[in-house]
Write a protein of this length. Structure first.
Ligand code: OAD
Length: 247
């Protein structure tokens, strides 16, 4: 019944907007941050993923990032990513705002993807600014730790993701809020909705009159403001919604 209601709202959307979080990539094998098996149940995020800690000890950062990077580079989009791509192609979604840095929405064929936490597919040297593909740096991690810049030899190569203590990419964030203000249906998928300012995107949409749909494995702080909450796996729920909407 709830899935039917969600399908009705999305099917009728003129300017639907999605916000996705780590949960949407969980079924592609990339562990989430919070919740069961989450990265932050193993590590302290402020230690592992803050810019201060990175600058202090880039090797410590890379030792954790090495495993996650290997998994993320091998990951393929799942049925949830593909369903969101289908919703964009059929005109139900105008864009996907994502907190994910794994690039799987783009791999799935989604066109309008706004990465508010950056991308882990590129690595940048903080000394000279040179950029390299993450795959190239990944291949060097067994040989040198921390990895060194190919151009200047610098020891501060950082994936182009937002670490704690760093500002978010302002253009992406502004675009996300502008789209939220114009949206009529806001679909949140696989986000714990506890990390700001990304979690403000659905709040801005709500304030602008959008109907909120939350699809998540666990409760979120915005559930009580939602028109529909569907609890479960996005890789199962989203394709079902696409089927219910039909062409
Ligand atoms: P979290 O790991 O905080 O939350 C993922 C959510 O997805 C949880 O609420 C899970 O219950 C849910 N979930 C897990 N598997 C799911 C599935 N198959 N289908 C649907 N839901 C599922 O991830 P985010 O909210 O994206 O930031 O985390 C936000 C930010 O915190 C990340 O971007 C990262 C992290 O620190 C930075 O690195 C800046």
């Amino acid at each position: 019944m709830t899935i039917r209601h969600a399908a009705q709202l999305i099917g009728g959307a003129r300017r639907g907007l999605a916000l996705t979080g780590a949960g949407v990539s969980a079924e592609s094998g990339i562990p989430t941050f919070r919740g069961v098996g989450g990265l932050w149940t193993q590590y302290d995020p402020i230690k592992v993923a803050s810019i201060d800690y990175f600058m202090e000890d880039p090797s410590a950062y890379w030792r954790v990032s090495k495993d996650r990077g290997r998994v993320a580079l091998a990951a393929r989009p799942n049925a949830g990513h593909h369903a969101l791509t289908a919703l964009e192609a059929s005109g139900r979604l105008i864009a996907i705002v994502t907190q994910n840095t794994d690039g799987l929405h783009q791999d799935s064929g989604s066109r309008s993807v706004i990465e508010v936490h950056g991308s882990s597919r590129t690595v940048q040297c903080l000394d000279c600014g040179n950029r390299e593909a993450r795959g190239d740096v990944q291949a060097r991690l067994d040989l040198e730790m921390p990895p060194r810049c190919k151009l200047c030899g610098g020891a501060f190569l950082k994936p182009t993701v937002v670490l704690f203590g760093e500002p978010l990419p302002q253009a992406a964030l502004q675009q996300a809020f502008a789209l939220a203000r114009e949206s009529d249906v806001m679909l949140v998928v696989g986000s714990s909705l506890v990390v700001y300012p990304a979690a403000d995107v659905p709040l801005v949409a709500l304030r602008s009159g959008a109907q909120l749909i939350v699809i998540n494995a666990e409760p979120t702080p915005l559930d009580e403001l939602a028109a529909v909450v569907v609890r479960g796996k996005s890789g199962e729920i989203l394709p079902e919604i696409v089927d219910l909407i039909g062409g």
